[in-house]
Design a protein around this ligand. Structure first.
Ligand code: ZN
Length: 107
């Protein structure tokens, strides 16, 4: 006889859930890796997948495409920096136009 008045404390589903270790990888997708995100060595042309340990060689055309994409991104960032520089300069000039000279102050 136990403290609860019956022979054995009933194991509820809550107790079962609470005492079972969680499966942390239950929602991990087990599909084959497509090697879509990778880094590559610009000198050797060797590519490394970011998610698995697959390595391969990029072709000449792929290397050219990567290089032109990097150059296009650089051009885009230069245009954006130039735009912000002009915008801040315009704003600063506009704010300075409100400046009051000391001989205009009536006291
Ligand atoms: Zn991969």
């Amino acid at each position: 006889m136990s403290l609860y008045g019956h022979a054995e404390f009933p194991a509820s589903s809550y107790d079962k859930w609470k005492t079972t270790p969680p499966d942390f990888y239950a929602d991990v997708d087990e599909r084959e890796c497509d090697h879509e995100e990778f880094d590559y060595d610009i000198l050797t042309g060797r590519a490394f997948c970011n998610y698995c340990d697959h390595q391969w060689w990029l072709t000449e055309a792929q290397l050219k495409a990567m290089e032109s994409a990097v150059l296009e991104y650089d051009r885009m960032m230069r245009r954006e920096r130039r735009w912000w520089r002009i915008a801040w300069r315009t704003l600063a000039d506009w704010l300075v136009s409100f400046r009051v000279d000391s001989d205009e102050v009536p006291f």
